[in-house]
Design a protein around this ligand. Structure first.
Ligand SMILES: O=C(O)CCC(=O)C(=O)O
Length: 313
């Protein structure tokens, strides 16, 4: 029989004592005697043990892309898993260590990502403290033909602009660096932080952060993406909303005050990133967004608009 022969060969190659199970005669002619029943039970045991061992080894291999064909490959696989990755030599503007900023894709239309625990409670509180004394009623970029009076009620929060260079504690610089890594957009392309406070009833009707030249005139640079850092929890309301998410509500009947679509609940320290431009550089119509009115509590958020050109401030 083929199987017996192969085992016999293996036994020979393995040396003098060899494997005990090389041939039936060796087993039966030794000091030990085996009844046919015990031989059957024994064979079953070894068969099952072999089956479970090989299937568990193979199952470890599934999905790893490493082919298992014996002990050596299996050891290689373990070594691959335990490999410690070393950072590569980097360019002048690169980092000497790895960065991991956990994120969740909330939507592809618009491209929106959520970053839990992006900043600490202490960092958030320090930003609020910096902004508190300088708050003024928030303003709007006006379209052709619009006036401050005609746009009243669209954006009712208070806010102030603050740049990292004005923060002697370095919190804003740290957050900016982190945003640059999370977005892969250089820090130099960010506007100053716009820290906003919404009180009960205050809101920001749905709008685009990018400036359409047909509505706002020619633009020297364009907003590519917005990163919102929630500086406080809100008891009720105050969600950031995307009413046109995935093409919904785009039939022309949407009322820009309506709080519908994908809603993101502000939670202290969390970040929200969304892109105003599509990969081809045109404005993403689904990036329309706004802030639902705060119903209970207060909302604090720091917005960082990131542009396609270097910013001077
Ligand atoms: O407060 C929010 O959730 C949205 C803010 C916003 O739309 C903006 O700053 O452009």
């Amino acid at each position: 029989m083929r199987g017996t022969k192969a085992l016999g060969q293996a036994g020979k190659q393995g040396g003098g004592s060899g494997w005990a199970l090389t041939s039936k005669s060796r087993l039966t002619s030794s000091r030990f005697s085996f009844s046919p029943a015990s031989l059957i039970v024994g064979s079953c045991f070894f068969f099952l043990a072999g089956f479970f061992l090989s299937s568990s080894l193979l199952s470890l291999d599934i999905g790893s892309g490493v082919r298992f064909s014996g002990g050596l490959d299996f050891r290689r696989k373990l070594e691959a898993e335990e490999r410690v990755y070393e950072p590569l030599p980097h360019g002048d503007t690169g980092d000497d260590s790895f960065t991991a900023v956990p994120s969740q894709v909330l939507s592809w239309k618009p491209r929106a990502l959520y970053f839990p625990n992006f900043a600490t409670k202490k960092q958030c509180e320090s930003i609020i403290k910096m902004a508190k004394s300088g708050l003024k009623p928030s303003t709007l970029a006006l379209r052709k033909g619009e006036t401050t009076e005609s746009t009243q009620g669209i954006r009712t929060s208070s806010g102030m602009f603050i740049s990292a260079s004005e923060d002697k504690y370095g919190v804003l610089a740290f957050i900016e660096e982190k945003i640059a890594r999370a977005t892969s957009l250089p820090r130099s392309h960010g506007e100053a932080f716009n820290v906003l406070r919404y009180e009960v009833g205050q809101r920001y009707n749905s709008h685009y952060d990018a400036f359409s030249p047909s509505e706002y005139g020619p633009q020297k640079s364009q907003r590519v993406a917005s990163f919102l850092l929630y500086l406080s929890d809100v008891e009720k309301g105050g969600e950031t909303m995307f009413p046109f998410e995935n093409g919904l509500n785009m039939d022309g009947n949407y009322d820009f005050r309506e709080c519908i679509g994908l809603k993101v609940k502000p939670q202290q320290g969390d970040g929200l990133l969304f892109y105003s431009l599509l990969p081809n550089g045109t404005i993403d119509p689904t990036s329309l967004h706004g802030s639902c009115p705060v119903i209970r509590g207060q909302k604090w958020v720091a917005t960082k608009w990131i542009r396609d050109q270097i910013q001077d401030d």
